[in-house]
Design a protein. Structure first.
Length: 313
C-alpha cells in the first residue's frame, strides 16, 4: 500500500511554526491541521496566538475554533477529528500539514493510539481530585511516580489533568500509560511522515517569547479575558487555566498587578517552551533544523526546499 504524505512541523512556542506552516501550505498546495490544545477553543484568540484570517492568507486551517471554552475535549476526540480532517485533505489531492506544540496531540496522529481499553472511571477520578484538593499536586504526582515513573518523568507535577488520567488508565487496565505508548508505537499508520523540528538559541527563543507576550497585551489580552468571564466562563475551566488566561484573571481579581501578571506569563511560557523541547527531543524521527544556522532572509525558502526533497515532490 502506498502511504500518503503527511508533513508535521513541531517545536517550542513562539519559534515560528505558524508562519512556516502557512508558507509551506502555499508552496505545497496543502492545508493545515492544528495540533494546539488551546487553539481548539472559540473566543480565545489573542492568548493562544491563533493566526488571524489575514495571517492565514487563504490557507484552510482545521482544528481551530471547534469547541466552546467549557467543553470537555479529550485527546481521543482530537485524534478522531484530526484524522477525519487529514483524510479529507488527502481526498482533495492536497498535502496535510500537522503543526503545533502539543506533543500528545502530535503522537495521537503519528501512532495508532487506542483509547478504548481505558475509558473513564469517574468515581476514581473524583477520588483523585479530592486527594489533589486535600494534599496537593505533589502528592498525586508522587502516586503516579510509584506506578509509572516513565510517564511521570514526561509530565509536569502541575499537569493535574494528565497526571490523574495516567493514574486512571493504570487502575482501569492494570498497565501503565508507558506500556500503552509502546503498544501504539508498534502499530503503523497509513502515512509517510516527514517531521520537521524547529529549534534556535535558547536566549533568542526566550526573547521571542517575551516579545510575543508584550504583543498579546498590546493586542487586548486583558479585554479578551474580561469578555470570556462576562460570557460566563468560569476561571476553574481547563481552558481558563491556560497560560496567559490564568494570570490575567489573577490580575483582574486584584491578586496581581498587571506588570506581575505579564512577568508571570513570560516566566511560565519560557518554562513551557523548555518542556516542549524536552518532549520532542525524546520523540524519534524528527528532522531538527537549527534556525540560527540559516540566514534569516532565506530561512523559509531553504526549509521548504528541504521539505520538498524529503516529501519527494
Amino acid at each position: 500500500m502506498d502511504k500518503k504524505p503527511l508533513l508535521i512541523i513541531v517545536g517550542p512556542t513562539a519559534i515560528g511554526k505558524t508562519k512556516l506552516s502557512i508558507e509551506a501550505a502555499l508552496a505545497l498546495k496543502g492545508e493545515i491541521v492544528s495540533a494546539d490544545s488551546m487553539q481548539i477553543y472559540k473566543y480565545m484568540d489573542i492568548g493562544t496566538a491563533k493566526p488571524s484570517i489575514d495571517e492565514r492568507r487563504g490557507v484552510l486551517h482545521h482544528m481551530i475554533d471547534i469547541v466552546d471554552p467549557d467543553s470537555d475535549y479529550s485527546v481521543a476526540l482530537y485524534q478522531k477529528d484530526a484524522l477525519e480532517a487529514i483524510n479529507k485533505i488527502h481526498e482533495k489531492g492536497k498535502i496535510p500539514i500537522l503543526t503545533g506544540g502539543t506533543g500528545l496531540y502530535i503522537n495521537s496522529i503519528r501512532y495508532s493510539m487506542d483509547f478504548s481499553p481505558a475509558a473513564v472511571d469517574r468515581e476514581y477520578r473524583n477520588e483523585l481530585n479530592n486527594i489533589y484538593k486535600e494534599r496537593g499536586h505533589q502528592y498525586v504526582y508522587d502516586m503516579l511516580r510509584k506506578v509509572d515513573s516513565e510517564t511521570a518523568a514526561r509530565l509536569h507535577p502541575n499537569d493535574k489533568k494528565r497526571v490523574i488520567r495516567a493514574l486512571e488508565i493504570y487502575k482501569l487496565t492494570g498497565r501503565t500509560m508507558a506500556d500503552h505508548r509502546q503498544d501504539f508505537k508498534n502499530k503503523e499508520r497509513p502515512y509517510r511522515f516527514v517531521i520537521i523540528g524547529l529549534n534556535m538559541d535558547r536566549k533568542k527563543l526566550y526573547n521571542r517569547i517575551d516579545t510575543r507576550v508584550d504583543s498579546m497585551i498590546e493586542a487586548g489580552l486583558v479585554k479578551e479575558v474580561e469578555g470570556l468571564l462576562n460570557r460566563g466562563y468560569k476561571k476553574e475551566l481547563t481552558s481558563m487555566q491556560g497560560l496567559g488566561y490564568k494570570q490575567i484573571i489573577n490580575y483582574l481579581e486584584g491578586n496581581y498587578t498587571l506588570d506581575t501578571a505579564i512577568e508571570e506569563i513570560k516566566k511560565l511560557t519560557r518554562r513551557y517552551a523548555k518542556r516542549q523541547l524536552t518532549w520532542f527531543r525524546q520523540t524519534e524521527g524528527i528532522d531538527w533544523i537549527n534556525l540560527d544556522e540559516i540566514d534569516k532572509e532565506v530561512q523559509v525558502d531553504w526549509i521548504i526546499m528541504h521539505i520538498k526533497k524529503n516529501l519527494a515532490l
